[in-house]
Every structure is written in C-alpha cells, then in structure tokens.
Design a protein around this ligand. Structure first.
Ligand code: NAI
Length: 290
C-alpha cells in the first residue's frame, strides 16, 4: 500500500478541532476512519453524538469512508470499544491517532485532585487505553502506526498547565518505549505537538496569531506520519502555521568521575557537566564516555 490508502485508522477526539482535520485528510487520502468523540465541552463536561456524527457526514459527503464512535477514551472499556468499532466496520485496525483532550487550567497552588485527575485520565490514561487495545492487533499483523498528541506545554512548560503538561510529556514517555517494543513488528509510535487555532486555544493566543494557525497546516504532517512510507519512530514533532520541527533531547558530553565524588568534586566539574556546546542527541542511557 502507499500513503494511508486502505488503512483503517482510529482518530480519537475527531469531532472537532485538530482531530476533525486529521480525520478528514486521512479519509481524503483513502483511509477508512473511525471518528471517536464523546462530544463534551472543552473541560470534558457534557457529551453527545452530534460532533462525531457531523464529521462522519462531512467525510461521506466527500466520498470518504468513516464511522462514528461516542465512547470516552478515559476508560479501558472505552478504549476497547473504540478499537472494536474499527474492527467491526472495517475488518481490522492499522493505526491510532490518540488526539482526544480536555483542559482544566489553573495555577498549581489551586490545582486540586479533580483538576489533576480529569486531565491525566483523558490524555495520559486515554493514550494508554486506546493504544493498548490496538497493540495486539498491530503485533499480530506486524503493522501499526501510533501518533499521540503531545504539547509544547509538556515539552517546555506553560503557566497553569501542570496537569496537562505532565500528561502530555507522559505520552512522550509512552511512545519512547512503544517505539522500542514495536520495532520488530513494524509498529511506529510518534508524538505530535500541534499549534493550532481551535476551541482549546481560542482564549490562549491573540486573535491575529490564531488566524495564521489553521489546523489544516498540521493535518498533512500527521497524515505523513501515519503513512506506510513513514519510517520515523520514537520521535517528537511540533507543527503549526507552516513550521514543522522535530524536537529531541540532547545530552552534554558530561564528566565521568572514576571514584565516587564529593559534593565539592561535583561543584568543581559543574561547568563541564552543564556545558552543552558539544551536546549530542541522547538516544540511549550511557554511564561512561566510551
Ligand atoms: P478540541 O477541544 O477542539 O478537540 C478535542 C476533542 O477531544 C474534542 O472534540 C472533545 O470532544 C474530544 N474529547 C475530549 N474528551 C474526550 C474523551 N474522554 N473521549 C473522546 N473524546 C474526547 O482541541 P484541539 O485543539 O483540537 O486538541 C486536539 C489535541 O491536540 C488535544 O490532545 C490537545 O491537547 C492537543 N494540542 C492542541 C494544541 C492546539 O494548539 N490546539 C496545542 C497542543 C496540543
């Protein structure tokens, strides 16, 4: 196969915003798409079938193939039911875009357990439930594409988003390991930090900036990463407003202490330890400089 043609792909949170754009592009490129959305408000409250149904209608009107699913990603049963919808409708599953998300922004001082848990449940646990339900199918057929939605709020931090940032970088930890465990099964797992004008960002960025940040700029990058041709795995990308970047951890050359150092020894070498001028991309754990 080429591109995503014929591939059976679940997009969670596809009833609006970025997920809708991803799903519509994937369908235009020939994928069969499950439009999952529980149809709630930005903070996760409420719900209904209208958002997912509308996107399914839009895709069918363009001649594409799509079915709706209204389960929440935030439970193991929900994750399984979403994957089952794909299998029932299309006879299998080839990819998951774990995109569903909510916000409960508040400064850390005021971040109670409800605000913390609600966000972890949808983003981090939601990412786990859906990818874990799809994983045995990917392994069995020796093919799978996973893309999780991360965020610069996790990569760099953002005021009022400790819950969200922790969940989003947790998802990077998830794909780091999925890329290792999936390597011999042709399962690629990557993370996309989008920057786009949606209801999630409508009051977080100035109107002028939002105008240049259509979600349509992000969708082709997601589509490419979900395609047969894409060989990247364990990578993190940022895309928005035309700019597409890969983000990676770099490790300094550091210093090796041959004997257990004193605190003073550590302090003496601190400049060398923190000097990033010869830093290299860190892909594996090292304990010496060999
Ligand atoms: P959005 O609010 O328009 O879309 C999120 C969708 O997820 C909604 O349609 C919502 O109904 C659905 N959803 C929420 N909880 C769900 C659940 N438990 N089960 C199923 N569906 C659920 O927001 P947007 O901007 O499109 O966000 C998409 C993803 O991209 C999110 O994961 C978000 O955190 C991430 N992101 C977005 C950025 C942006 O600039 N818009 C920046 C960084 C990350």
């Amino acid at each position: 196969m080429t591109g995503v043609a014929g591939r059976r792909i679940v997009v969670t949170g596809a009833g609006g915003g970025l997920g809708r754009e991803y799903a519509k592009l994937l369908a235009r490129e020939g994928a069969k798409v499950v439009i999952n959305d529980l149809g709630g408000a930005r903070d996760g409250s409420g719900g209904g079938s209208a958002m997912a149904d509308t996107v399914v209608e839009e895709i069918r009107a363009e001649g594409g193939e799509a079915v709706a699913n209204y389960d929440s990603v935030a439970s193991a049963e929900g994750g399984k039911a979403i994957v089952q919808t794909c299998i029932d409708a299309f006879g299998g599953i080839d990819g998951v875009v774990s995109n569903a998300g909510i916000l409960r922004d508040v400064s850390y001082m005021k971040m109670d357990a409800d605000a913390w848990n609600a966000v972890e449940q949808v983003h981090l646990y939601g990412g786990y439930y859906i990818t874990h339900a799809a994983w045995p199918h990917f392994r069995e057929q020796k093919y799978g594409r996973i893309l999780v939605a991360t965020s610069t709020s996790g990569i760099y931090g953002n005021f009022g988003q400790a819950n969200y940032g922790a969940a989003k970088l947790g998802l990077v930890g998830l794909i780091n390991t999925l890329s290792i465990e999936g390597a011999k099964y042709n399962i690629n797992a990557n993370a996309m930090a989008p920057i786009a004008a949606t209801r999630m960002t409508e009051d977080l960025m100035p109107e002028e900036r939002l105008k240049a940040l259509g979600p349509d700029h992000v969708a082709p990058v997601v589509g490419y990463l979900m395609s047969d041709e894409s060989t990247d795995t364990g990578s993190v990308f940022i895309a928005g407003g035309g700019l597409v970047q890969r983000v990676a951890y770099y490790a300094s050359e550091g210093h090796v202490f041959n004997d257990v150092p004193t605190m003073g020894d550590v302090a003496d070498k601190w400049d060398k330890i923190t000097d990033m001028s010869n830093a290299k991309e860190g892909k594996q754990v090292q304990t010496s400089q060999s």
